[in-house]
Write a protein that binds this ligand. Sequence first.
Ligand code: PMP
Length: 424
Amino acid sequence: MQLDDATPDQLQALEARLAADHQAFVDRGLALDLTRGKPSAEQLTLSDALDGILQGDYRAGDGTDTRNYGGLDGLPEARRLGAALMGVDAGDVLVGGNSSLTLMYQAMLVAHRFGLAGPDSAWSRQGTVKVLCPVPGYDRHFTVCEQLGIEMVTVDMTAGGPDMDRVEALLAADPSIKAMWCVPKYSNPTGVVYSDATVERIAGLGRIAGEGFRVFWDNAYAVHDLRGFRPLASISEACARQGTQDSVLQFGSTSKITHAGSGVAFMAASALNLGGFKRFLNACTIGPDKVNQLRTVRLLPDRDALMAHMQRHAEVLAPRFKVVLDTLDAHFADSDLGRWERPDGGYFVSFDTRPGVASAAVALAAAAGVKLTPAGATFPHGHDPLDRNIRIAPSVPTLPELEVAMQVFVTCVKLASVRAALAG
Ligand code: PMP
């Protein structure tokens, strides 16, 4: 279907037909949810062996009694798991609690308020603070900035990662830009994996940017491949080559590997950054939940175990992504109604409608009982200037539910597009 070629009469006829299809969905009283990217119960069950896995043996490899206080860096074996997950040295890893988002929030707070390299390095002492946000991006990254009163500067995503010409030009021109968010593998929501050239250029940003600049490298989907492991160029090695080790903070977690609410989070950084972070952390906690760290390591003792486990996740997730992509292909291939990515991993399919259509499509879907992430959520302050990006999260519904939800989705996108064309 090419809306741009349709006559007003054809548009009217189409609108009537689609409105009837939509009403038929409304009448079914559906209650389906394609919003948050969380694992399905079937995926969570893959890690149920966590329960009781310690069998009363709470001793870590070095003899630590994990039930007690202490161990701010995390258990050595948990640091090794984080290292295997993120492709870094275990000595550079700090193991936190159940959420990498917490570590990211805390790291940004420290950089802003206390200074990772001592009080004089605090961003807040240097006037206005801005952060680069590739868009569409992860809404919770934006919320962190919003809450800390940090300005967000958007940069478009391309097929190889953020638009690096723009990133470099912005950083060279504006020393008040202090950080950049990155989801380098299966980016939320576009599914893009940063190219080797992008990774190399990001490692070089520390030499272009002003004092105290940090990349927040949120590698949330490091091993979340649907079709076999896809390597990501090592940002640590690129930084080592370029002498910019202090400019990148890396994050990851087992939230979407084991049980999402009781995963283990990791941060990897240079000694300078970890030192600054731990001065803060030491005031917050006497130590993380090492019992959970030990349970997690017993379930996933090495990289082979981790990859075998992720293969089982892929077997659950891949058919769901196939339903989404097959439905989009069947309805929108060769049309001017939308564009989307074909991710090989992660949790999302990012769909761009024609400009000015996304919020109407999301509202129509809600009326038909299909919840979608609010249009605009993938942009700072919830504002998509072109009102066109919709994030589809297919992990939770069953396959039959997803089939129906996607039929509703395509109907709503078509109806909203036709109405916009009639109005415009
Ligand atoms: N980063 C990204 C890019 C995510 O998509 C998510 C989960 N939706 C998180 C971080 C949250 O991770 P955690 O559970 O470790 O806080």
